[in-house]
Design a protein around this ligand. Structure first.
Ligand SMILES: NC(=O)c1ccc[n+]([C@@H]2O[C@H](COP(=O)([O-])OP(=O)(O)OC[C@H]3O[C@@H](n4cnc5c(N)ncnc54)[C@H](O)[C@@H]3O)[C@@H](O)[C@H]2O)c1
Ligand SMILES: [Zn+2]
Length: 726
C-alpha cells in the first residue's frame, strides 16, 4: 500500500506532519476488504481495551483510503465498513442513550472550517450569530446520569445508540462529583481522560502490580474505566461538554436545558460542581465572527503542548439552542458541530537501543535510540529517558514498540511500551554497572545517577561549556585544544586555564606564537567578566543564562551566593522550594573550584547590581516571603534602588531585527539589557507580556501583541527608555 499526499497546507504555522489528507492507497477489492478488516479490528481494540496496534495517524489514513475507494466503487461497499459509523461500528453496550452519543465531523484547515460554516449557514437559511469554541479533549466520552443530584450511573458512548455501564468507575474520576450542588436529575456528558501525572501514576501502579504499561493516556483511561477489578487505585479526570434532560428531570429544568445556548449550559454545569474546561488554560469561549473563531483555534493549538492533558483538536459548535435544533443530526455526527483536527502528536515506533551518556556534571543519563519516525514535522531518532528508575517504572524493553511524543513541542519523549505488540523477542534494558566514560563507580543514591568523579569525569564537556559564548566567551579555545589540555593533564577544570603559561600552550599541536598570544589575552580578558557569566560558567544544574543573571543580580557577589541558604535562594524569581536546596548543594560542591577562580583573580561581582541585603534587614525575608507570588519579580522589594529601574516588574519580548542603538546587540545581549533594567525577558507573547520590542520584519508576535493589546515599541523607542543602562 502506498501513500498519497495532496499538497494541502495546514494552518497554524505548523508543518503538516503528515498532512491530514494523506491516505492509504487501496487498489482493488481484495485490498479494500483487508483494509476494512484491519480498521474494524483496530477500532474494536481502540474502543475496547484501548490497545490498538495502530497509531491515530495510521488509522486515519487507512479510513480515508477506505472512504476514497468506496467513493469510486459505491456498489462494492462492505456492510462492516467503518465509514459513516460512530466508533467505526466497533462500539458495544446495552444501555440505551437518551439522545444518541455521536462522533464529530472533521475539518483540517481554516478553509475547511469556513466551508463547513458556510454549509451550516445554507442549511439554516441564516448566519450563525454565536459560536462556541472549546478544546477537543482526547479521552473517551461518558454519559453521567444524576438522579436527585446524586451520581447514579455511568455509561460509555458505545455504538452511539447504546453504551456500556461503567458505574463501577464512580469515585475514581476527579471532576465528576458524587453529589451536585443542586438536587437535580440531569445527564452530564463529557470526556474522561488522564492527565499526564495521572497516566504516569497509573502506569507505575500497573507495572508495580506486574501488569503491562498502557501505551498512552487515552488508552489508559479507556482501559482503566472498563476494568472492573484491579488491585490498585487509579485516578482519572472528567471534563463536561454538555448537559441534557433525563427521564425524571423537572419540567422547568428540562425546558431551560432545551432553550439555553451551549455556553450558558456549560456555566450551569460548572455551577453544579462538575469540571468544565473553564478552569483550564484553554477555556471554552464564544466567538461571533469566523475570524475570531479561527484565531481561537490557533490560540488553543498554540497552548496544546503546554497542557497537562491531551487534546486532539478544537470543537466548534453553533451556540444557540435554536441553531442546534434546526441543524439536527446525521447518523454519525451532529450537523451543528465540527472538530478542527490538529496533527497527531504521538507516534508508535521501535526502541532499538538505550545509550548511557555522561554529561558535563557527571550525570549519567539514558537516551533512547529509536527507529526514525516523523513527529510533528520532524524526524525523531533519539528521545529522553530520565533515569534508570524511569525506565523500570515504564516497563520498557529493548525492541519494544513504544509511543513517542514531543514534550513542550521540542524534546521527544518515550512515553510507554505498546505491550500487546510484543513478540517475545524483547530483551531487558541493562543499566551500566560502571561509569561508561571513565569506568569508575556510579553513585546511585539519587534518582539521577552520577559518576563518582562528578564534573571531573567529563572535564572536557564542562570546560567547553564554561568557555562558551554565553559564559566566559574565550575565543580561540576550541574543542581540539581543550581535549589536548585535559588529556595532557594541564587542566582538570576551567579554573586551571588561568594558570596556563605561554610555554605550555606553545607545546600543544597547532598552537603558534600568534594564536598563543591571542588565547592568553582572551583568557586574561575573561577574568573581568561579570558574576552572571562567571556563575553561568560553573554549570550549576538547572541554571542557564537567564537564571544565572537573576542570581547574580540578586546577590551581587559570589560570597553572597555562597552564603545563601535554600530560603535565601527562593527570593530569586523562578527558584522554588524544590530547586533551592539542589542549588545550595551544588554550589557547596563547587566551593573548591570557585575558590580557585577567585585566587586566579577572576571577578566575583555583578556591576550595577543592587547588592545583597545587609544582615539583620528583614526586607521581605522570613515569614513574609510566602506572600510573594512565585512568579512575581522578587527583587522588587529587596532594595530601594531596584524600584527605580525603567523596566521593573515588566515582562518584555523582543522580536524582529534590532536597529538604532540596539543594532549590534545579539538577542542574548538585548535580553541581558532587559534584565539589567529590572525586567524579565521572555520569548513568547501572552496576556502577561508588558511590552513588545518589535523591530523590522516582526511577524506573528507583533500581530499577537496587537490582538492582546500589549504595548509595542520600536527598538529606538526602547533604547531611549533604557538609555542609562546602554
Ligand atoms: N488508533 C486506532 O486504532 C483508532 C481506532 C479508532 C479510532 N481512532 C481515532 O479516534 C478518532 C475518532 O474517534 P471518535 O469517533 O471517538 O471521536 P471523534 O474524533 O469523532 O470525536 C467525537 C468525540 O469527541 C469527544 N470530544 C472531546 N471534546 C469534546 C467537546 N468539547 N465537545 C464534544 N465532544 C468532544 C467526544 O468524546 C466525542 O465522542 C480518530 O481520530 C481516530 O484516529 C483510532
Ligand atoms: Zn566517570
Amino acid at each position: 500500500m502506498t501513500e498519497t499526499t495532496p499538497g494541502r497546507p495546514l494552518v497554524g504555522g505548523r508543518p503538516p506532519a503528515p498532512p491530514a489528507t494523506a491516505r492509504t492507497e487501496i487498489g482493488d477489492q481484495a485490498a479494500y476488504a483487508a483494509a476494512v478488516q484491519t480498521a474494524v479490528a483496530a477500532s474494536a481494540a481502540y474502543y475496547g481495551e484501548g490497545d490498538s496496534p495502530l497509531d491515530d495517524d495510521v488509522f486515519d489514513r487507512l479510513v480515508r483510503g477506505i472512504a476514497a475507494y468506496e467513493a469510486g466503487h459505491p456498489g462494492h461497499v462492505l456492510p462492516d465498513s467503518p465509514t459513516g459509523k460512530v466508533a467505526g461500528g466497533a462500539g458495544i453496550g446495552d444501555v440505551p442513550h437518551t439522545v444518541p452519543m455521536l462522533s464529530l465531523d472533521n475539518v483540517f484547515s481554516a478553509e475547511g472550517l469556513r466551508a463547513w460554516a458556510a454549509g451550516l449557514t445554507r442549511r439554516l437559511g441564516r448566519e450563525v450569530e454565536v459560536w462556541s469554541v472549546e478544546p477537543k479533549l482526547d479521552g473517551l466520552a461518558i454519559s453521567a446520569r444524576y438522579s436527585g443530584g446524586r451520581l447514579a450511573r455511568l455509561v460509555t458512548r458505545g455504538d452511539g445508540a447504546a453504551g456500556e455501564d461503567v458505574s463501577h468507575g464512580m469515585g475514581m474520576i476527579i471532576g465528576l462529583p458524587a453529589r451536585l450542588a443542586e438536587p437535580v436529575t440531569v445527564e452530564l456528558r463529557g470526556e474522561v481522560l488522564m492527565t499526564r501525572a495521572q497516566f504516569e501514576d497509573a502506569n507505575a501502579a500497573r507495572t508495580a502490580a506486574g501488569g503491562a504499561a498502557f501505551a498512552n493516556p487515552r488508552s489508559a483511561a479507556a482501559g482503566s474505566l472498563r476494568a472492573k477489578d484491579r488491585p490498585y487505585q487509579v485516578e482519572m479526570t472528567f471534563f463536561a461538554y454538555g448537559a441534557l434532560p433525563l427521564e425524571g428531570t423537572g419540567e422547568d429544568l428540562a425546558a431551560r436545558l432545551r432553550a439555553m445556548p451551549h455556553s450558558a449550559i456549560m456555566e450551569y454545569v460548572a455551577a453544579l460542581g462538575a469540571h468544565t474546561t473553564a478552569a483550564t488554560r484553554v477555556p471554552a469561549v464564544t466567538a461571533t465572527t469566523l475570524e475570531r473563531l479561527q484565531e481561537r483555534v490557533e490560540e488553543i493549538a498554540a497552548l496544546r503542548a503546554g497542557l497537562d492533558f491531551g487534546i486532539d483538536g478544537i470543537v466548534v459548535k453553533a451556540d444557540a439552542a435554536a441553531d442546534q435544533a434546526q441543524a439536527g443530526l446525521s447518523s454519525r455526527a451532529p450537523r451543528w458541530a465540527v472538530a478542527y483536527k490538529l496533527p497527531a502528536v504521538e507516534k508508535i515506533t521501535r526502541l532499538l537501543a538505550v545509550e548511557w551518556n555522561v554529561g558535563r556534571t557527571g550525570i549519567i543519563a539514558p537516551r533512547a535510540v529509536l527507529e526514525p519516525v516523523e513527529v510533528e514535522g520532524s524526524t525523531v531518532t533519539y528521545a529522553t529517558l530520565h533515569n534508570a528508575a524511569d525506565i523500570a517504572r515504564r516497563g520498557l524493553m529493548l525492541g519494544d514498540h513504544v509511543t513517542v511524543y514531543k514534550a513542550g513541542d521540542v524534546i521527544p519523549r518515550v512515553q510507554a511500551p505498546v505491550a500487546h505488540l510484543r513478540t517475545g523477542g524483547e530483551r531487558p534494558i541493562e543499566a551500566p554497572s560502571a561509569c561508561p566514560r571513565c569506568g569508575e563507580a556510579i553513585d546511585v543514591s539519587q534518582q539521577r545517577w552520577r559518576c563518582v568523579r562528578g564534573r571531573a569525569c567529563h572535564a572536557v564537556a564542562s570546560v567547553r561549556y564554561a568557555v562558551g559564548r554565553d559564559q566566559l566567551d574565550i575565543e580561540g579555545l576550541g574543542e581540539k585544544i581543550i581535549d589536548q589540555l585535559v588529556d595532557t593533564g594541564l587542566i582538570t577544570d576551567f579554573a586551571d586555564l588561568f594558570a596556563l603559561t605561554r610555554e605550555q600552550l606553545l607545546g600543544l599541536e597547532r598552537m603558534g606564537q600568534t594564536s598563543t598570544a591571542n588565547l592568553l589575552a582572551a583568557i586574561e580578558g575573561a577574568k573581568a567578566k561579570p558574576l552572571s557569566k562567571v556563575f553561568c560558567a560553573l554549570g550549576v544544574r538547572g541554571t542557564g543564562r537567564s537564571m544565572s543573571r537573576r542570581i547574580a543580580r540578586h546577590f551581587a557577589t559570589m560570597d553572597a551566593v555562597r552564603a545563601a541558604d535554600a530560603e535565601a535562594f527562593q527570593l530569586v524569581e523562578g527558584i522554588g522550594p524544590e530547586k533551592a536546596p539542589v542549588l545550595v548543594a551544588e554550589i557547596a560542591e563547587l566551593g573548591p573550584l570557585i575558590a580557585k577562580l577567585a585566587a586566579a583573580g577572576v571577578n566575583m561581582t555583578e556591576p550595577g547590581a543592587p547588592g545583597p541585603v545587609p544582615a539583620g534587614t528583614p526586607a521581605g525575608t522570613g515569614t513574609g516571603t510566602t506572600q510573594t507570588p512565585v512568579t512575581g519579580p522578587k527583587d522588587a522589594g529587596a532594595s530601594a534602588p531596584a524600584a527605580a529601574l525603567p523596566l521593573e516588574g515588566m515582562s518584555v519580548v523582543v522580536t524582529g531585527s534590532m536597529s538604532g542603538p540596539l543594532e549590534n546587540l545579539t538577542r542574548n545581549q538585548v535580553n541581558e539589557l532587559i534584565e539589567r533594567a529590572g525586567g524579565r525577558a521572555s520569548s513568547s507573547v501572552s496576556a502577561r507580556t508588558s511590552l513588545l520590542v518589535a523591530g523590522d520584519k516582526a511577524g506573528s508576535k507583533k500581530a499577537k501583541a496587537g490582538k492582546l493589546g500589549v504595548e509595542t515599541v520600536t527598538p529606538e523607542e526602547f533604547a531611549a527608555r533604557v538609555a542609562d543602562l546602554l
